[in-house]
Design a protein around this ligand. Structure first.
Ligand SMILES: Cc1ncc(COP(=O)(O)O)c(C=O)c1O
Length: 391
């Protein structure tokens, strides 16, 4: 039996640049002591106080169907959080609760793209982006950024693609994989392109609590942008709740009404006890968010100190998120060859820049997700390895 093109084409075919990751996983399964600096998973688990709230809710009976758009309490808590950060009036009617940010990304593209529409996204990109766009039947169109711009997108490059016709533009700041936080100038440029070419802006802000330098600006707060922006958020990174699968889309009321219909016919909502735990977690305010972000802030500083002592490995500023993008071009190797050789020689697993598109070739992404001591040791070994290769 034939399956639909939509589902069989999600991955786009060919190598996805994740071979090093799978090799590391096989080595670990075979009992080898690999230091994994690959994916964006905290080295802590969900805080016991959040688990307590989840348990109380589940035992208190909140295990039946929950309201499809999200519970009133969680929609209100998310709206309040967004309003505080953007100063844009935001109510529960602007919020749909989703099973994680990924479901929000998918829903946002369903909401904004017709089959065959061009949907723009920025390279380097979070691995699921092109598949998400193909999954809704739209055509993924990449806009490249450049290491020499610290991977800040250029408005003129986006405008050039938008001019050929496009329905949406997907951006992500703080950025995975580059650690770049988009500047006010970058975001103003992007907003101007969206207004001029009548694009929906899908703004993936799942790392909004992990900002080490500069300021996170949500484009929803820019002039005339709240009516054409869908913000995707999540509890995964901010509250170490990756497995709970709870996130949201924030957008114009009319768009959210339709997104609720989509949720009714796809996910049918998010477990009530998970949503209650999310309300509890948000009620803890910024202190808990800072506590969860703190290890990454610390490790970024450790990395800066190690990297300051040498010139072989370059660091893209790493202004936010839990990753470092390291330039290893001085070794003469591609990111993939470097990552393979580091894994084979020292059992340290990193992600080749090539796993995230073409713009970060000759780079590797390091997730700051092991304890400080092992992290520092791994980074020093990485630098030594690069220096040996560069000699
Ligand atoms: C940029 C980005 N967006 C979205 C997600 C999805 O997060 P979740 O579905 O866990 O909320 C991730 C996860 O790593 C991510 O890095």
């Amino acid at each position: 039996m034939q399956l639909s093109q939509r589902i069989t084409h999600i991955t786009g075919g060919g190598s996805d640049g994740w071979d090093v990751f799978y090799k590391a996983r096989r080595m670990i399964a075979d009992g080898e002591a690999v230091i994994e600096l690959t994916i964006g998973e905290h080295d802590i688990r969900t805080d016991p106080i959040i688990l307590g709230a989840m348990d109380d809710s589940a035992r208190g009976g909140h295990t039946g169907y929950a309201m499809v758009p999200g519970t009133q309490d969680l929609r209100e808590a998310v709206a309040e959080r967004i309003q505080e950060r953007t100063v844009v009036p935001t109510t529960y009617k602007n919020i749909l609760i989703t099973p994680g940010g990924q479901a929000g990304l998918f829903a946002s593209h369903v909401a904004t793209c017709n089959a065959g529409d061009r949907a723009l996204y920025i390279d380097p990109y979070y691995a699921t982006y092109p598949g998400t766009i193909r999954g809704v039947g739209a055509e993924p169109v990449v806009v490249r950024t450049h290491a020499e711009d610290a991977f800040q997108p250029r408005a003129e490059d986006i405008a050039a693609e938008a001019a050929k016709g496009a329905a949406s533009l997907l951006i992500n700041s703080p950025n995975n994989p580059t650690g770049t936080v988009y500047s006010a100038e970058t975001l103003e440029g992007i907003a101007a392109v969206c207004r001029e070419h009548d694009l929906w802006l899908i703004s993936d802000e799942v790392y909004d609590t992990q900002v080490w330098e500069g300021e996170h600006i949500s484009p929803r707060s820019l002039q005339d942008m709240s009516e054409r922006t869908l913000v995707v958020g999540s509890m995964s990174k901010s509250h170490a709740m990756t497995g709970s699968r709870v996130g949201w889309v924030c957008g114009p009321e009319a768009a959210i009404e339709h997104l609720v219909n989509l949720a009714t016919h796809t996910t049918y909502g998010v477990a009530g006890f998970i949503q209650d735990a999310a309300v509890f977690a948000l009620d803890q305010g910024p202190d808990l968010e800072e506590k969860i972000a703190e290890p990454f802030r610390r490790r970024r500083q450790i990395a800066r100190e190690i990297l300051a002592e040498q010139n072989t490995v370059g660091l893209i500023p790493a202004q936010g998120a839990m990753y470092l993008m390291l330039d290893v071009r001085a070794t003469g190797l591609s990111g993939e060859d470097f990552a393979n050789s580091l894994l084979d020689t020292h059992k340290i697993a990193t992600m080749p820049g090539e796993s995230f598109g073409t713009a970060a070739h000759g780079h590797v992404r390091v997730a700051m997700t092991v304890d400080d001591e092992r992290f520092a040791k791994a980074l020093k070994t990485l630098v030594d390895h690069a220096q040996t290769l560069a000699e």
